[in-house]
Design a protein around this ligand. Structure first.
Ligand SMILES: [Zn+2]
Length: 102
């Protein structure tokens, strides 16, 4: 394809590249900000998903705890393998384990 206005097109391309560089810079800064936020979110997630919870060494232990809870009237619990400590924790919201809606 040939253009009747190559110089205009060249200017467009140059403008686009300059704009893309600006955007790239913006994107990098935004990425840094997000990384920082993500770090805080990770801490909060760790606190919620692991540090604040009782830890069971095996799935059988967790299952036993769930059974005992059920006997005492707390139902709907499930357990999950913790990606932080490698142990097992109980949760009443199994479908929320991995990803919190943001
Ligand atoms: Zn844990």
């Amino acid at each position: 394809m040939s253009s009747r206005k190559p110089s205009a097109r060249a200017r467009q391309v140059a403008a686009f590249k300059a704009g893309a560089d600006d955007l790239g810079d913006l994107f990098l800064r935004e990425q840094e900000r997000q990384d920082e936020l993500e770090e805080h979110r990770d801490e909060a997630r760790y606190e919620r998903a692991c540090a604040s919870k009782k830890r069971y060494a095996t799935r059988a232990d967790a299952r036993e705890a769930i059974r005992l809870c059920a006997e005492h009237g707390t139902r709907g619990l499930d357990c999950y393998r913790c990606s932080y400590c490698g142990g097992w924790h109980l949760t009443s919201h199994p479908w929320k384990n991995e990803r919190q809606p943001s």
